[in-house]
Design a protein around this ligand. Structure first.
Ligand SMILES: Nc1ncnc2c1ncn2[C@@H]1O[C@H](COP(=O)(O)OP(=O)(O)OP(=O)(O)O)[C@@H](O)[C@H]1O
Ligand SMILES: [Mg+2]
Length: 253
């Protein structure tokens, strides 16, 4: 894609509920951006290291995703900032958040993000937990001081079921937009095992069905107001400012 938006975007995928699809969304989003010729970093913040495992399965023949294992502590010869540093020219940073991020942890993650995505499963238990998490997020001091776009993602949806209707009702009552819907499909499990995303698997009919929703999600993210003066161009032209900005992007544990 020649006309890709070069402005850096940092995207946090988070929810206080385990198993809602954070890693699935983060890895598939990373792949979708990489296949749009973006330079993508996937930051694994989760001690379970699922994104790290996913990246280890990824074939070098596919578009590169730069993994940042932020859940690991730096060794005695490195600072955490150095350990978490990003490769040059990265313009999409996707952070796979973990379910236990509270208070300071949550604050650090919020501060690193330009856009927040909250995956949500269509079950009453998940909806209840998510509404609590959304309230915590929107009322968090770090968020109120510097609000940023938040989107909810309906994940593992089986269209036209009772649970789907319940989810639609919940999403309709929220103050924040529902920005994507992904089906409950075995193609996601298959993709995860291969270190791929559905955008890599276009020879699969199930993956082709899902791919447009991923492109729409990247479009929504890219349309959100861009943080000023953080383009790759800017980083290249002003090395001193660039250094400071790269430090800002560098993720603290
Ligand atoms: N749309 C989907 N269709 C089918 N399976 C899915 C889908 N999304 C996620 N899964 C499966 O659900 C399980 C949990 O997903 P995932 O690991 O992405 O959740 P998570 O929120 O990152 O979990 P954790 O809180 O443990 O980090 C995985 O086995 C994953 O393959
Ligand atoms: Mg995970």
């Amino acid at each position: 894609m020649d006309n890709k938006d070069p402005t850096i975007r940092r995207i946090l995928v988070i929810n206080g509920k385990g198993g809602c699809g954070k890693t699935t969304i983060a890895t598939n989003l990373a792949v979708t951006y990489a296949n749009q010729q973006h330079q993508v970093a996937l930051v694994d913040n989760d001690p379970q290291a699922s994104s790290t495992y996913w990246a280890e399965q990824r074939s070098p023949d596919l578009k590169k995703i730069h993994l940042v294992p932020a859940h690991q502590r730096a060794n005695m010869y490195q600072t955490q900032t150095f350990h978490n540093r990003l490769a040059p020219n990265i313009d999409r940073i996707i952070i796979d958040g973990h379910s236990n991020a509270r208070d300071r942890d949550l604050e650090a993650l919020i501060k690193q993000a330009d856009v927040v995505l909250i995956p949500l499963l269509p079950s009453s238990i998940d909806i209840r937990a998510a509404s609590r998490f959304i309230t915590n997020l929107l009322t968090h001091r770090a968020f109120r001081n510097s609000p940023r776009p938040v989107g909810v993602i309906a994940n593992r949806v089986q269209p036209n079921t009772q649970t789907h209707i319940k989810l639609e009702h919940f999403l309709g009552c929220l103050d924040i937009p529902a920005v994507a819907t992904f089906r409950d499909s075995p193609v996601y499990i298959e993709a995860a095992e291969l270190g791929q995303g559905v955008s890599d698997m276009l020879n699969s009919r199930a993956a082709r069905k899902e791919a447009p929703a991923w492109r729409d999600l990247t479009r929504w993210i890219d349309e959100q107001s861009a943080p000023s003066a953080r383009t790759v161009h800017d980083l290249r032209l002003r090395p001193r400012a660039a250094k400071r900005k790269v430090d800002e992007q560098t993720l603290r544990a």
